[in-house]
Design a protein around this ligand. Structure first.
Ligand code: ATP
Length: 410
């Protein structure tokens, strides 16, 4: 190198620089290409997923088309099963038929009184329909004497007194009202934020009065059973009378009882028909009878005034988010069967859970228990509760809570 002329040396230097630049460019291009390949691979996965999704949708749409193409079935009720294997049915259109049935059906299920579907052309039985009063079909939850007692409700003493007076007493001692000559309220409306114990209150009354608890969720009613709402409302009242004493609990009543709006889509009209049926049932209903009516909503402000008139839902009970004492009561209830470390101070936990509902507090206790189980401990500690508060009650007040907990626990 030393013997080389400066021009040659310069050339070598230039070449080296050039090689360096090319190398750098090469690395850059390589990086770009790798990035592009990765992106394309990702796109490929996305496209494949999309393809699968579309295939699924196409399949379900094909099924839907098939359903549209299949002719309607005629509803009938079995009146007699003949010895030769044929069945006598009374069709919903009027006439009686002697017909056969699909070999896929179980003969044992074909009893007098069972509802069946008939093929429109051949009139043979193709399907056995669920009973009209099947609670599952009607989207109801039915519980004979639910096992929720008043002791399992925390922080709602006033509400308990009111509900006892308005729902329990007319069911248990209707004569008290007759003697005094007043009508007890027909329906009681519980209103307040979610998870504050409205369902619990209604269940507890059913328990204390040995009544059947029949719950319907109005929003599901409207969504699932288009065109059926009014019939189902009638069914609910019929079932309640059959199973009396009973408590009908209508959750999310705002879904069928929101103020009537000007717009009238077919959906709105359907909702209105359901509400009208509910009002009609309430009007023809004996307040001192053996069916209690309780409804719940988070939105009392949007309810149709027709529903709140005297003789309908005319008693309102607010079920608010619990205050500190209420939270303490609820915590006591939900930790009753938990083995707690002796340092756990429920009063402190109650003070740290401002804004939590009963449902939040219950979830928090369960979560604290889960933390202990994960660490294979059999007692639940203060730390488990603190972690559960973070997880369930959210991080809104996290800073405050940590600070306070820090002060209190040193
Ligand atoms: P939603 O409006 O969402 O239907 P809700 O007000 O009916 O809510 P519930 O279903 O009664 O609330 O409460 C859910 C659960 O939370 C209950 O099963 C119970 O375990 C717990 N809980 C709520 N409030 C209380 C309370 N006051 N005392 C004890 N437990 C409660």
């Amino acid at each position: 190198m030393e013997n080389m002329s400066p021009t040659v040396l310069k050339k070598i230097e230039d070449l080296k620089k050039e090689i360096k630049i090319l190398k750098e460019e090469n690395t850059k291009t390589k990086r770009n290409l790798t990035w592009k390949v990765r992106k394309l691979e990702k796109d490929k996965v996305l496209i494949e997923n999309e393809k699968m999704r579309l295939e699924r949708e196409a399949k379900s749409l094909r099924g839907e088309i098939e359903r549209f193409r299949s002719p309607p079935l005629v509803i009938a009720t079995v009146t007699e099963v003949l010895e030769d294997g044929r069945v006598v049915v009374k069709s919903s259109t009027g006439p009686n038929f002697v017909i056969g049935y699909s070999r896929f059906l179980n003969k044992k299920d074909l009893e007098p009184g069972v509802r069946v579907a008939l093929n429109q052309q051949t009139f043979s039985i193709v399907n056995i329909l669920p009973s009209e009063k099947d609670p599952l079909v009607m989207g109801m939850e039915v519980e004979e004497k639910p096992n929720v007692s008043y002791e399992q409700i925390g922080g709602l003493e006033e509400q308990l007194v009111e509900i006892k007076e308005t729902v329990e007493l007319p069911l248990k001692k209707p004569e008290l009202f007759t003697n005094v000559g007043i009508e007890p309220p027909k329906g009681v409306l519980l209103y307040g934020p979610p998870g504050t114990g409205k369902t619990l209150l209604a269940k507890a009354v059913a328990h204390e009065t040995n009544a059947t608890f029949i719950k319907i969720v109005a929003s599901e009613f409207v969504r699932k059973y288009i065109g059926e709402g009014a019939r189902l409302v009638r069914g609910v009242f019929e079932l309640a009378k059959e199973k009396a004493p009973s408590i009908i609990f209508i959750d999310e009543i705002d879904a069928i009882a929101a103020k009537r709006l000007k717009s009238s889509t077919s959906g709105d009209r359907e909702v209105q028909r359901t509400l009208m049926q509910l009002l009609a049932e309430m009007d023809g209903f004996e307040a001192r009878g053996d069916v209690g009516l309780v409804a719940a909503t988070n939105r009392p402000d949007i309810l149709d005034p027709a529903l709140l008139r005297p003789g309908r839902f005319d008693r309102f009970i607010e079920v608010p988010v619990p205050n500190e004492d209420g939270r303490m009561e609820i915590l006591k209830i939900h930790t009753r069967n938990m083995s707690l470390d002796e340092e756990v101070d429920l009063k402190l936990i109650a003070s740290l859970t401002e804004g939590a509902s009963g449902a939040d507090l219950k979830a928090m206790c369960t979560e604290a228990g889960m933390f202990a189980i994960r660490e294979e401990r059999s007692t639940v500690t203060v730390t488990d509760f603190m972690d559960a508060i973070d997880k369930i009650i959210g991080i809104e007040h996290e800073e405050d809570m940590r600070r306070e907990a820090g002060v209190m626990f040193g």
